[in-house]
Design a protein around this ligand. Sequence first.
Ligand code: AMP
Length: 300
Amino acid sequence: MIIHPPGRVPGYARAVEVLRTHRACIERAARLGRPVLVPTMGALHAGHAALIRRGADLARDANLPAGCMVTIFVNPTQFNDPADFARYPKTLDADLALCEAAGAACVLAPDVPEVYPPEAPPPVPDLPRVATAPGLEDRHRPGHFAGVCQVVARLFTITNPAAAVFGEKDWQQLRVIAALAARGFPDLRIVPAPTIREPDGLAMSSRNRFLSPDDRARSRAISMALCECQAAGTPADAERAMRDILADAGLSTEYAVVRDAETLEPPGVGVSPLRALVAARAGSVRLIDNAPWEPPSARR
Ligand code: AMP
């Protein structure tokens, strides 16, 4: 990442305020109070823009003068694959323009030592059960949620938000952060935001740019699988239908499951809402997506 001094990026005449340090966040909070936070890793797209708009609306409705603060930080500790970290896109100037257009008041773009001071490394919080038990992202990306919880807890500490917006696109992450916040940040509201999709249904992702044209065409099968499994009579049939659609498209499935929407454990006999969740590889690109799944008795 290009490192600019605190304040505005040189030669960049934008209204959005750019902060670099914990100290700058403390000073801003002393002036303006608690913001609504939208944590991101940059390479922003229309999905992030929707989160930022939601954050700006929440701040306005709650009369929070600090407005919506976006964090842009590619967190090294949540990448279990060094190659994935190395090639993660970095597009700060375009990101700042998108943040401003979507209504962010402020962007925090810290460097690594600011988030992980070598003299006081932030701890990895105790992981909630939803980060370790389901056998989904936790199994396929070992160490990922330890890194996510570490950075999110650190960003919550640095920015002290009143609310934080997270995308439903990363459903297990959303559940993990909701559990983390309930335990360690009880006066912070976690607000989910719906998944924004390409016209053909593919969930927007910073990684979609790495899809070859063939793999991009194949990856459409993920949202189709989530859509077509809605007709199945049981979770097991829904899982079979998803696996078949993904395999027919030539994608390599990591999981295609129906789970309890909150705990992400296999569905019980109760009436908890359920969620269909998919992770699949198209070439070298790993894609995830999810959707609500209702048993026939609950369908209208
Ligand atoms: P990332 O920069 O990929 O770490 O994502 C930052 C936030 O944006 C997370 O809360 C994601 O769940 C959310 N997000 C990513 N893609 C989408 C999307 N297509 N629609 C809505 N939110 C998204």
